[in-house]
Design a protein around this ligand. Structure first.
Ligand SMILES: *[C@@H]1O[C@H](CO)[C@@H](O)[C@H](O)[C@H]1NC(C)=O
Ligand SMILES: *[C@@H]1O[C@H](CO)[C@@H](O)[C@H](O)[C@H]1NC(C)=O
Ligand SMILES: *[C@@H]1O[C@H](CO)[C@@H](O)[C@H](O)[C@H]1NC(C)=O
Ligand SMILES: *[C@@H]1O[C@H](CO)[C@@H](O)[C@H](O)[C@H]1NC(C)=O
Length: 451
């Protein structure tokens, strides 16, 4: 009981201090009970169902990206019967629950009848990234039916499409020696400041590591660091009543714009961890610099239950957005803030209904934040209710998303040792800190007393 009270007090401090007051401004743009695909005809759809190529309840949207009028959605092959694992909808789609269209076409997703035959162009990507040069980078795991009869169709590969005509520009297989026994590549960040000298950073969550791919060299190398590893004390998750333990290592990867030296900063964290780290890409762009250990920085902690999965940095504002699956929340931190503390982080959105397992975050070229939430733990360990809304895509402009939070530029939060007399706190934010933390407090109370 004493321990529980202590934990509770820690949480109250965390909540009271989680900077500013969130407006929970994100709005649902699209939502689905179950996803369906735009098949060529009803006949074709029926035939796919008959052959087991389409099992509707096994299709779970996971990654997202926005480019022009298209919103890309990945549907990884967790189970059998995924009709197409990379799809898109149109932002102009007027329907609430539009059908997914295969990208670039149906043919690219056709699994062979017999294993061992030629794999399809795309097997099972988790996340994709559209760069500012009009290219779509697709990180394909090559593995299907992860939760069932797992089939390896091809080695993990990086596919790059030209978004102007959807032609496949390049296919690059990650070399065998860079992939370890437990490797799993599910996250990608692209440093695209110079189009013909772009770099892709691929996070290995299975065997802690980072694979760096140079567009110019057409080759990759593997980087290791202790900070890529999971924290054994942070592996316990409780999400929508399901308790499970994960070991995921390097996961969140977010790149700043180029600094004065021409290099970006990579902000990163393992999923099984509550800490944030950073490193200049100067130390990644060359094949494993052994002397670079001390150039990696520990930024700080997000506090109890604040493990984080995906993250994304908005270059216009310098605000880092990240998902907090254990708290059903999206939070933010302004990278120009001197310290990464609980006080300097803001809560963007939190809901135990519409933000259960936020699974991807992007900011598009027009300055809108996009978040996909998909109740993954229920899909993996239990069963989704087909009559309930399970998948959502939420959006807001970055300005609206951070309004009134600690990431709002009208609010400067002191770092340790900074001179408080220079700090500006807008009256609205300081006056509203506590009431805004109340829902978070209630959820945390529930977390402590439900069990
Ligand atoms: C497809 O299947 C549905 C449900 O079984 C059926 O009602 C429909 O008539 C079928 N459509 C075609 C074109 O066969
Ligand atoms: C998760 O729930 C279990 C009981 O189901 C509890 O023992 C555990 O402390 C909880 N973990 C966290 C991190 O809250
Ligand atoms: C969500 O939180 C509210 C209170 O904040 C609670 O009443 C409700 O039961 C929770 N729902 C779930 C699915 O946890
Ligand atoms: C803080 O700023 C004030 C006013 O600019 C100055 O007088 C004071 O010495 C500063 N204190 C510290 C600790 O830097």
């Amino acid at each position: 009981m004493e321990k529980m009270l202590l934990q509770l007090m820690v949480s109250v401090v965390l909540l009271g201090q989680f900077g500013g007051y969130a407006m929970d401004n994100l709005k649902v743009a699209f939502q689905w009970k179950q996803v369906d695909f735009e098949f060529p005809s009803e006949d074709a759809r029926n035939a796919s169902i008959e052959k087991g190529e389409f099992v509707q309840q096994n299709n779970l949207p996971l990654g997202l990206e926005v480019h022009g009028d298209r919103l890309f959605i990945t549907v990884p092959r967790w189970k059998s019967g995924v009709a197409a694992s990379l799809t898109y909808i149109k932002l102009s789609d007027s329907m609430d629950s539009p059908k997914l269209r295969p990208y670039p076409n149906w043919e690219a997703h056709k699994l062979p009848q017999t294993p061992g035959s030629d794999p399809p162009e795309i097997v099972s990507p988790f996340r994709v990234r559209a760069d500012q040069c009009g290219r779509l980078w697709v990180l394909d795991t090559g593995v299907a039916d992860l939760l069932g009869d797992t089939q390896v169709y091809s080695p993990a590969s990086l596919l790059v499409y030209d978004l102007h005509n959807d032609a496949l520009l390049r296919r690059y297989q990650i070399p065998k020696e860079q992939v370890k026994e437990d490797s799993f590549l599910a996250n990608i960040a692209v440093e695209d400041e110079i189009c013909d000298d772009a770099y892709a950073y691929l996070g290995d969550l299975g065997k802690a590591g980072l694979i760096v791919y140079s567009w110019k060299k057409g080759s990759s190398w593997r980087v290791s660091h202790n900070f890529f590893n999971m924290d054994p004390l942070a592996g316990d998750f409780n999400i929508s009543g399901i308790n499970f333990q994960w070991q995921d290592a390097l996961f969140g990867l977010a790149l700043s714009g180029a600094g004065r030296d021409g290099f970006s900063t990579l902000y990163f964290h393992p999923m099984t961890s509550t800490h944030e780290f950073s490193v200049s890409t100067k130390y990644l762009r060359e094949d494993s610099l052994s002397s670079s250990y001390h150039n990696y920085k520990v930024l700080g902690s997000r506090g109890p239950n604040a493990q984080s999965s995906v993250s994304f940095l908005d270059k216009n504002t310098g605000v880092l957005f990240y998902a907090l699956p254990n708290l059903n929340a999206i939070a933010c931190w302004r990278t120009t803030t001197p310290a990464y503390t609980m006080q300097s982080q803001g809560r963007v959105f939190m809901s135990n209904l519409s933000m259960v397992f936020p699974n991807d975050i992007k900011v598009d070229a027009k300055g809108s934040l996009w978040v996909l939430s998909d109740r993954l733990p229920t899909f993996m360990y239990s069963r989704l209710d087909e009559n309930d809304i399970n998948f959502r895509i939420l959006t807001a402009t970055v300005a609206d998303a951070i309004l009134g939070t600690a990431c709002d530029d009208k609010l400067v939060v002191p770092g340790p040792g900074s001179n408080k007399s220079t700090v500006v706190i807008t009256p609205r934010s300081s006056a509203s800190t506590f009431p805004s933390a109340l829902p978070l407090l209630l959820v945390t109370l529930a977390l402590f007393f439900l069990h």
